[in-house]
Design a protein around this ligand. Sequence first.
Ligand SMILES: Nc1ncnc2c1ncn2[C@@H]1O[C@H](COP(=O)(O)OP(=O)(O)O)[C@@H](O)[C@H]1O
Ligand SMILES: [Mg+2]
Length: 339
Amino acid sequence: MAQPLANKYRPKTFEDVSEQGAIKTIIENQIKNNDLRNAYLFCGGAGTGKTTCARIVANMINEGKGNPIELDAASNNSVDDVRRIINDSRFKSIDSKYKIYIIDECHSLSNAAWQAMLKLLEEPPKFTLFIFCTTDPQKIPGTILSRVQRYNFQRISREGIISRLKYIIREENTETAPNYIITYEEQAIDYIAKQARGGMRDAITTMDKCLAYSKDLTLANVIKVLSAGVTPYDLDAFTLEIINKNTDGALSKLDNFYMSGIDMGLLVSSYFEFLLNVQKYLVLHRYDISNLPKDILDKYSNCDPNIIRNLIQKLFSLINGSKVDMKTMLEAWVIERCI
Ligand SMILES: Nc1ncnc2c1ncn2[C@@H]1O[C@H](COP(=O)(O)OP(=O)(O)O)[C@@H](O)[C@H]1O
Ligand SMILES: [Mg+2]
């Protein structure tokens, strides 16, 4: 079975890691100047390079010798799991200078586990180093936070994601050369990058899924794969029925969504996001600010923002309990204030 692209293209060196420049420089200097700490905390959004960088740092510190010991705290979070580490950490590594532990998803550790960990961090054995990784630093006890050196991983910019996706396509095509199997439209890559919201893993995984559907990465194909049932084109058609007060047409479209098995909570949140993206375009007159395809936005260029505003406000009351994330809610609030 083919390896998922996100794993196949996990960077092995800092050079290969997109962005996170300040973190890379500081740690490189610490290694160069022999100024290492006993415990590091890598925080940041999912798929921004925390685990990847933890492995690279371990490898750099030990000059390629040995392997770090990884603990996935999501499934090993008890005090016994930490006690095992404490016992084990007393013995010096046999194949490398430092014994390095990578404690991934460390926000899942139990309170008792953190208590045990705290003792270890207060008097860490020589030549032992911990790298904790988490998406939720606010769940980590303050006593621990004050004993680790913290690095905040930024979400990856859209340009950063686009350039990595193109790099992966080039590499894949080099493997299959002289048959360049993957072809793509700029818009398709751009659309994937927009949807990933700064998560590199998400972007690569989405592209992988699209490539499994077709090696021809067109915007139409990407939208089909990504939309899981309801595409922006469906939502656009639905909106036109509403705006034109064609109740019959709107209800029948709604029924089609329902009958095709789309989760109604998900429909509400997708629709809310759709309207918000139309509104962003109407307020700012920029294609890049909205994550909808250009041909849809063009249809709304003469639309009165108050019409969309009205739809958004009415939909607001339905959102309770559906899956709209806080960033989208805040954006809606900002846009509302800018009309
Ligand atoms: N900064 C980055 N540069 C290049 N690829 C990245 C980066 N961050 C994540 N990736 C890709 O996403 C995958 C998962 O990254 P990972 O480091 O495990 O993320 P997390 O921050 O969730 O620990 C990697 O295998 C790699 O393909
Ligand atoms: Mg990780």
